[in-house]
Design a protein around this ligand. Structure first.
Ligand code: C2E
Ligand code: MG
Ligand code: MG
Ligand code: MG
Length: 291
C-alpha cells in the first residue's frame, strides 16, 4: 500500500527490502509507531561565530526517547533507517520537527537557521527540492532558514543525479553544507561548488590538529578550498580553548562543539537564545586573520 504523510505520497515501508538482522527489523518495525507517538525528538547544538561567540545557527540532532531502552542516540537507529525504505519518511518527519522549532525561534525574535542532517541517499530523489519547498511553506519559513547538512558519501555513478538535486535545492535558496568534510571519498569535491554554502571540518581533524601535522594540514587546505569557492567553514567537535584559538588563527569562522555548547533539548536551547544576542552568519573570511 502507499502511505500518506501530510499530503506527500511516500513509499510504504517494506521489511523485505531492508537489512535482515533481527535487531534492524526490531528498530524499523518500531520506528513508524515511534514517529506517530512523538518518541523522536531533536536536540539542538549551537553553531557560533568564533570571533564574537554569537549564535549563527543550530544543528538538529535526532534522539529516540525509547519507552524501554531509554534515550537512544542516532548511532543506535539512523544507520538502519538509512539502509531501509523508511528513510524518506523519517527524514521528512525530522525536517518537520526542525522547521517547527525554527518557526518558534523566529516568533520569539531569533533569526537562527536550523541545520538538518540529510542522508546522501535522499539526494537521489529528484522530487526532494519540491518536498523541501512544501515543508518550508507550511511552516511559513524562508528557504535560508534551513541548512541541509549532507555527508559526502555519494557514489561516483550517482553524481549526476545528486548534482541536479543539489542545484535544485540551491535554486530554492536552501543552504547546503558538506558534513564531515575530509572523511568520505571526497566525491563532493567533484560537485558543482556553486551550489554549496558551507563545509564542516570533521571533528577528527579538530581533535588532531594540535598534535598531528597532517590533521592541521587538512584544516588549512579546507580553509583554502573554501575561500577559493566562497564557502563558509565550520569546525565541529571543538572541546578545548586551544583548538578554538588555533581554528580562529587558521581562518575558520564558525565552530561547534562541547566547549561552545552541547546538544540540548529544544526548551533548553530556547532559553540559551534568550541569554545571548544573535548575529547574522559572518561574511566569508577575506578578513585579516593571521594564518
Ligand atoms: P554529525 O552531523 O557530524 O553531528 C555531530 C555529532 O558530534 C553529534 O553526535 C554531536 O553530538 C557530536 N558532537 C558535537 N560536539 C562534539 C564535541 O565537542 N565532541 C564530541 N566528541 N562530539 C561532539 P550525535 O548527535 O550522536 O550524531 C551523530 C551523527 O548522527 C551525526 O553526525 C549525523 O551524521 C547523524 N545524525 C544525527 N541526527 C540525524 C538525523 O536527523 N538524520 C540523519 N540522517 N542523520 C543524523
Ligand atoms: Mg551534521
Ligand atoms: Mg558533522
Ligand atoms: Mg562528524
Amino acid at each position: 500500500y502507499v502511505a500518506k504523510s501530510g499530503g506527500t505520497v511516500v513509499e510504504a515501508y517494506d521489511p523485505a527490502r531492508d537489512g535482515s538482522t533481527a535487531q534492524a527489523l526490531g528498530v524499523l518495525g518500531e520506528l513508524r509507531g515511534a514517529m506517530r507517538r512523538g518518541e523522536l525528538v531533536l536536540h539542538y547544538q549551537r553553531k557560533e561565530c568564533l570571533r564574537t561567540g554569537r549564535v549563527v545557527g543550530a544543528e538538529a540532532l535526532v534522539r529516540w526517547r525509547h519507552p524501554e531502552r531509554g534515550l537512544l542516540g542516532p548511532g543506535a537507529f539512523v544507520p538502519q533507517v538509512e539502509a531501509s525504505s523508511l528513510v524518506g519518511e523519517f527524514t521528512l518527519h525530522v525536517l518537520d520537527l526542525a522547521l517547527a522549532e525554527a518557526a518558534t525561534w523566529r516568533r520569539e525574535g531569533h533569526d537562527v537557521p536550523v541545520a538538518v542532517n540529510l542522508s546522501a541517499r535522499l539526494l537521489l530523489d529528484a522530487d526532494l527540492p519540491v518536498r523541501v519547498a512544501d515543508r518550508l511553506a507550511r511552516h511559513g519559513l524562508a528557504p535560508d532558514a534551513l541548512v541541509l547538512e549532507v555527508t559526502e558519501t555519494v557514489a561516483k555513478s550517482e553524481l549526476e543525479v545528486v548534482d541536479r538535486v543539489l542545484r535544485g535545492l540551491h535554486a530554492l535558496g536552501v543552504h547546503l553544507s558538506v558534513d564531515d568534510f575530509g572523511t568520505g571519498w571526497s566525491s563532493m569535491t567533484f560537485l558543482s561548488r556553486t551550489a554549496l554554502h558551507e563545509v564542516k571540518i570533521d571533528r577528527r581533524f579538530v581533535a588532531g590538529m594540535l598534535g598531528r601535522p597532517t590533521d592541521a594540514a587538512v584544516v588549512r587546505a579546507t580553509v583554502e578550498l573554501a575561500r577559493g569557492s566562497g564557502l563558509v567553514v565550520v569546525a565541529e567537535g571543538i572541546e578545548e580553548p586551544a583548538q578554538r584559538a588555533a581554528l580562529l588563527a587558521a581562518g575558520v569562522e564558525v565552530g561547534q562543539g562541547y566547549l561552545l555548547g552541547r546538544p540540548v533539548p529544544a526548551a533548553e536551547f530556547r532559553r540559551s537564545l534568550e541569554r545571548a544576542p544573535v548575529a547574522p552568519v559572518p561574511a566569508v573570511a577575506a578578513a585579516a586573520v593571521p594564518v
